[in-house]
Design a protein around this ligand. Sequence first.
Ligand code: TYM
Length: 332
Amino acid sequence: MNKPVVYSGIQPTGIITIGNYIGAITNWLKLSDEYDCIYGIADLHALTVRQVPAEYRQRAMSFFAQYLACGLDPRKNVLYFQSHVHEHAELSWILNCFTYIGEMQRMTQFKDKSQKHQDNINIGLLDYPVLMAADILLYQTSLVPVGADQKQHLEITRDIAIRFNNLYSPTFTVPEAYIPKQGARVFSLQDPTAKMSKSDPDPNAAVSIIEDPDSIMRKFRRAVTDSDSVVRYDPELKPGVSNLMTIMSEMGGMSIEEIEKNYSDKGYAAFKSACAEAVIERLRPVRERYASLTTDKEYLAGIAKEGAVRASAIARRTMSKVKRKVGLVELK
Ligand code: TYM
């Protein structure tokens, strides 16, 4: 690794949505040339909520195939599963000892998730951001491309890194969040004031990146808008239409102004269909590549293994530095 490092990941829960694609994956693709990029399947993170083991294993593998289907080249990027590199859990423990309970209790995601899963407010849920900090800091990451909802986790990662560096000596690169100006928060198609979530129980709220075209069209036609019929960008007064415009712009390549000019007087039905078309076309190669990748389980397993080996080599270096700094006895 000789370029600055980019690190990011997705939890294998629900489906990979167009929100994940627009907010994160498109930037992962853009950064592939200029940086050494490492993209993980955050499968330890998703254990903080109950998973059915057989389904979970299958979903994690499917997400991995979707990374590749999106166009992430395994020769250019390190693609791997977090659970295959034990240093994540190891560094996470050490960083726990440099993180305060109060800091974790203030995290918005912890508050939300403990509301949603009141019967299972486990330590992992509270500790989630520390594991995420470990993911990022293990690889001496400079840049973390994520959606707006991860901003707070990036801030605490920086705080932990700075705290550790100040206590000992520079050990971790202090990472920056890379959050896009447009598309950092894609909203639900059914409730344009709520984030599009990959595990929304309402199937009409989110669109998967490998969804079939008819279903995409149906979901966009049903998308909640307003009673007016003018296509105009106004997130305050017209959140539904503005969200669709953002999606269309990101997926189809037209600017918001161009969309406004072309569709302002065409009515919502035509606009929604055009928006769905842009999504369908953009995702066509992803869907096709995914279909052929899933038939080649051995190829996927090989890529995962190679990714784990490459990731481990970097993680090991950071881990041995950290252990030395905190005063653990080295095994000669
Ligand atoms: P996760 O799995 O919830 O989401 C994956 C990525 O998608 C972004 N995202 C969105 N962007 C725009 N609009 C939306 N509606 C939307 N929903 C999600 C997220 O911001 C994220 O970038 N904790 C992380 C996974 C993780 C991670 C990491 C990320 C684990 N370790 C290290 C970066 C670095 C998460 O739960 O993302």
